[in-house]
Design a protein around this ligand. Sequence first.
Ligand code: GUN
Length: 292
Amino acid sequence: MILMEGKPVAASIKNELKAAISKRSKENKKTPHLAAILVGNNGASETYVNSKVKNCLEVGIISSLFKYENNITESELLQQIKMLNENDDIDGILVQLPLPDHISEKKVITTISPAKDVDGFNPVSVGNMVLGFPTFISATPYGILLLLKYYNISLKSKHVVIIGRSNIVGTPLSILLSRNNEFGNATVTLTHSHTADLKEICRSADVIIAAIGKPQFIKADMIKTGAIVIDVGINRIKDDNKKNGYALVGDVDFESVSNKSSYISPVPGGVGLMTIAALLKNTFNACIYLHP
Ligand code: GUN
């Protein structure tokens, strides 16, 4: 079994970005600048956003973090996004999801200018992705493509079973992996909570991508021997042995599944690290497009 660790992949992407940003700076070209918006005090969201900001700093991307209390109104938030759209110094905008119930995610993601939509959530970005036009691919699917590439895994003609049809992961991945390009040409089955015979479908998969947010849901009897397993889940489970009282586990029961798989991505240390590397790449690309 080969462990698909995100660390060396993310490190190599970050080194490339650091060199490219420093080269731009020597040529007096603009330094990329990401604006990150965080609303409320969701612990996981705070951790993710802080990690994004820290990673920007490591490669030389400027970041500005805008933090708002839970009681910010929808129109105030939309106004802030519009100001960032107009601000020439800002290249990429991300609004950490989920948002409080009184704010429409749809309005938020459609307000972010497609040119600065480094999360790739705007319907214009999604539409371009579906049609294979140049665009920002959202960070988790993009990170998974980069992880597969690094480990020289081609999905051509393979049966890929994706578990979970979220807008952020399952749905875009199902499209990306079935397209006719170097990352694609797979035969994709997108499964969800209403799928009948999930176990049988999973057992026919050459590649399993688990993105449902259910801790350790995929067990060894759901995969065939030699399958490639990509675990997108990041779940907190109670663990009294940990200082903070919880442990992070994926959607895959790593202990049993790893003995049967050919490749498996760990949690933590797998797809999560790739997501951030992909966001940094998108932010850099936004900058070179807006300020060649
Ligand atoms: N919430 C969960 N994943 C993501 C992500 O990739 N971007 C943003 N903005 N919010 C998220």
